[in-house]
Structures are given as C-alpha cells and as structure tokens.
Design a protein around this ligand. Structure first.
Ligand code: CA2
Length: 149
C-alpha cells in the first residue's frame, strides 16, 4: 500500500498566523506544513499538503486521494459544521480518515459542536493546536504498523 498521506485544509486556514492567534496560535499554515513534512519523513510517510477555500475542491481532492493515499488527515475548517457533501466524499475513501482541529471545537460556540467529518472519520483530534497534525501522523503510522504486524 502507498505511504502517502493527503493532509487537506479547508476554508480560511490560509489566514493562520494573521488573526485570532489566541484561538489558532501564531504559526502559519506553511509552518504547519513544514512541521508535518518533517514528522512524516521521520515516520517514513510522504505527505501531500493542500488548502482550499472551496468545498468542491476539497471533495475533488478526497476523490483524488482514492488510489493515491493510504490515509487522509482533514481539517475542514468551517465546512466541518455544514458539509454533508464532504461527509459523503470521506465515506467513499477506503483508508483511514483523521479529523484535526487546532481549537477545541467543543469548548466553543454551539454551532461548532457538531461535525459532519467526525462520523466519517476513524478518529478526531482537537484542541492541541498544530501538534494535532503531528498526533494525526502518529495515529496513521501506528495503524499502518498494526496492519502489517
Ligand atoms: O480549530 C480549527 O482547526 C477549525 O477547523 C478552524 C476553522 C473553524 O471554522 C472550525 O470551527 C475549527 C476556522 C479556520 C481558520 O480561520 C481563521 C480565521 C481568521 C484568522 C485565522 C484563521
């Protein structure tokens, strides 16, 4: 099986580091990509790290991952709380799906408490800032180790 992990980031995550550092931290998405890249390499994984502000592009990327990626790490941004279409696309992906959020969505506004991604994911990580991406890569690595054991 391929060892490529698609890491998909949704709307507004390109603004990280510019505003609301008290919620999302000071790192930019490029910083998170570099950190993810370094950690993935240490685990023997390749990553394809993307961001889009468009729901259809996110869905196309999930379709593209079929046959190309062993797992998906998804921070769908605000689409998390609205998109049945994203949920359906994730359900059509055969590998593991790890949902990541920088903030703890359950401690925030009520409209962020429901996730359409969670019910299509193997598991969810939220509230640990950019370290959540590292944790998600560790989870993918551990599940692959268990599968080959
Ligand atoms: O905590 C997360 O990672 C979120 O997925 C971030 C989303 C939010 O809608 C989710 O509820 C939780 C927001 C994306 C980032 O939005 C920014 C807006 C302004 C400045 C910086 C980031």
């Amino acid at each position: 099986m391929t060892a490529t992990v698609f890491i998909l980031n949704g709307p507004n995550l390109n603004l990280l580091g510019e505003r609301e550092p008290e919620i999302y931290g000071h790192e930019t998405l490029a910083d998170i990509e570099a950190r993810s890249q370094a950690h993935a390499a240490s685990l023997g994984l390749d990553i394809d790290f993307r961001q889009s502000n468009h729901e259809g592009d996110m869905i196309d990327a999930i379709h593209e991952a079929r046959g190309k990626a062993c797992a998906l790490i998804v921070n769908a941004g605000g689409l998390t709380h609205t998109s049945v279409a994203l949920h359906d696309a994730l359900n059509a992906f055969d590998g593991h799906v790890i949902e990541v959020h920088l903030s703890n969505i359950h401690r925030r506004e009520a409209f962020r408490h429901h996730s359409y991604v969670a019910s299509a994911a193997t598991g969810s990580i939220c509230g640990f800032g950019s370290h959540g991406y590292v944790m998600a890569l560790d989870a993918v690595h551990n599940m692959r180790e268990q599968q080959t054991a």
